[in-house]
Design a protein around this ligand. Structure first.
Ligand code: UD1
Length: 468
């Protein structure tokens, strides 16, 4: 309970720009950034602000950027803490991201005590499950909330989770999550926009083959299976490093999982899980975004605490365009020699293929390459929303079906543009860094969901960027 009293998220609720806090408030925010009372749930539901980013183009990015812990690993690992009544300590947590704060709100609502510190450590303790419900207002803010379904059902035998609905990049159904849990013996009703799931006598191990590779589907079922009776085999499973990072955490908690990182994952259910300490992996999408930033601006960056092994699908086409990339221990060095970049083609695919979450940023780079490049999106049906905005900045892009043909132009020009989703927003930031003149990016709450301290990190390596 001590931890709860120390929780003071209210003063750290705003986004990565520093609010005007008194010295006393600043001192207290040093300790915890995620305070999670009922009042904060209300605050979390308020619009995230209408901040804009103003970027003056033309800077060459040079220096070091520390890479944050991966949002897409941290979210799932936070949900995994629902599987035990003991505390779980997580390090390298991207504690200031809005998606992370939203999930912390949801976990608090469920009954988890949550403490997060500025040293990027979080302690989550699901001593009891008080309210096994994920309400619409929190799920609509963050689709990843669907990942409480598997753990709640496995531990508590009952869960009600709002259906996430579609989002800007596509319909994004969750039918595989539901069918997989049904295969494990869950009874599931869809009623009033909610998934209402129960089990009689607990989940049972089963074999489930995903009709199509699903990243979060794999994670939801893998978590559920840790406490099921018997063996679960997930076939055509996602192979993303985030799945392995989650499996590592679950193993630390006592789960029996093998095969993660391949397309067949086997989980032997155990009686109960226990507390653990686990480090969140580096964010490979943030890493990729700044690698492309170095390439685009003719710069040279050292990306600290990153993992190049997770980015082989990006390294090959980046090197083909003319970028130099090198691993140095836990750092990645990226530079461009000054030569013009050459256009090349990419196609998104489940890991280890080219990540859909890097498609928009790569496309931005192609706008200034010599020749042309084609970007084909195979994961989501509506993921070219950054294209009209880039065209307003002078890019030459034609969309044909699920491909975009990008013909290199001499320069981009600053404009007022609109961020539409998380990665599209990152692509506009990259475009603004090289565009002639000033670009104002509206609706940057998308960026605050997934990029920690973007103004500070880019400002430190030479970008002229401010939040207005
Ligand atoms: C996750 C990532 C997201 C990334 C995506 C693909 C998180 C929080 N999100 O999203 O950043 O872009 O993987 O790597 O980690 N599908 C179904 N039914 C389902 C589930 C998925 O039809 O039940 C379809 C989707 O519509 C999509 C494809 O399968 O076309 C892949 O989706 P999936 O891998 O599940 O994406 P997310 O887990 O939503």
């Amino acid at each position: 309970m001590q931890a709860e009293q120390e929780n003071i998220w209210a003063s750290a609720e705003s986004h990565s720009h520093a609010p005007n806090t008194s010295n006393q408030e600043q001192a207290s925010t040093q300790e915890n950034v995620v305070g999670l009372g009922k009042e904060e749930v209300k605050k979390a539901l308020k619009p995230s602000g209408l901040d804009k980013l103003r970027i003056e183009g033309g800077a060459v990015l040079k220096g070091e950027i520390p890479i944050s812990g991966a949002k897409n690993a941290a979210l799932k690992i936070m949900c995994a803490t629902l599987l035990t009544d003991q505390p779980v300590t997580l390090t390298n947590m991207p504690v200031t991201l809005n998606d992370i704060k939203t999930l912390a709100q949801l976990l608090k609502h469920i009954g988890v005590s949550v403490l997060a510190r500025h040293d990027k450590t979080a302690v989550l303790h699901a001593r009891t499950i008080e309210t096994p419900v994920a309400p619409y207002d929190l799920v609509r803010k963050m689709r990843g909330s669907i990942l409480v379904l598997g753990p709640l059902l496995a531990r508590h035998g009952f869960a009600e989770v709002s259906l996430p609905g579609g989002c800007a990049i596509g319909a994004r159904p969750v039918d595989f999550h539901i069918k997989g849990l049904e295969a494990m013996g869950a009874k599931i009703l869809i009623e009033d926009g909610y998934i209402k799931a129960t089990t009689e006598g607990g989940l049972k191990g089963a074999t489930y083959t995903f009709p199509k590779v699903s990243h979060t589907g794999t994670e939801n079922l893998m978590m559920a299976a840790t406490l099921a009776k018997g063996t679960t085999i997930l076939k055509n499973a996602a192979r993303e490093p985030e799945v392995t990072n989650l499996a590592d955490c679950l193993r630390q908690m006592g789960a029996n999982i093998t095969g993660d990182g391949t397309d067949t994952i086997t989980i032997e259910g155990v009686e109960s899980l226990h507390g653990a300490t686990h480090a969140v992996m580096p964010d490979r999408i943030e890493t990729a975004t700044w690698m492309i930033g170095a390439a685009l601006t003719n710069g040279s960056l050292r990306l600290k605490n990153a993992n190049l092994d997770h980015l082989t699908a990006l390294v090959a086409p980046l090197e083909k365009t003319g970028v130099q990339i090198e691993a140095d221990g836990n750092d990645i060095l990226v530079s461009r020699s000054g030569e013009k970049l050459i256009g090349t083609d990419i196609m998104t695919d489940p890991y280890p293929g080219f990540p859909t979450d890097i498609q928009a940023q790569f496309l931005t780079m192609l706008t200034l390459c010599e020749g042309a490049g084609m970007v084909t999106e195979t994961i989501f049906e509506n993921r070219f929303m950054h294209v009209p905005e880039l065209c307003r900045m002078g890019a030459d892009i034609t969309i044909q079906g699920n491909s975009a043909i990008v013909r290199g132009v001499e320069k981009l020009k600053g404009a007022e543009v609109m961020a539409t989703d998380l990665r599209a927003s990152a692509s506009l930031v990259l475009a603004a860094l090289v565009a002639e003149g000033t670009t104002t990016i509206n609706r940057i709450y998308h960026l605050d969901r997934g990029y920690e301290d973007i103004v500070g990190k880019l400002g430190n390596v030479g970008a002229k960027i401010e939040r207005v």
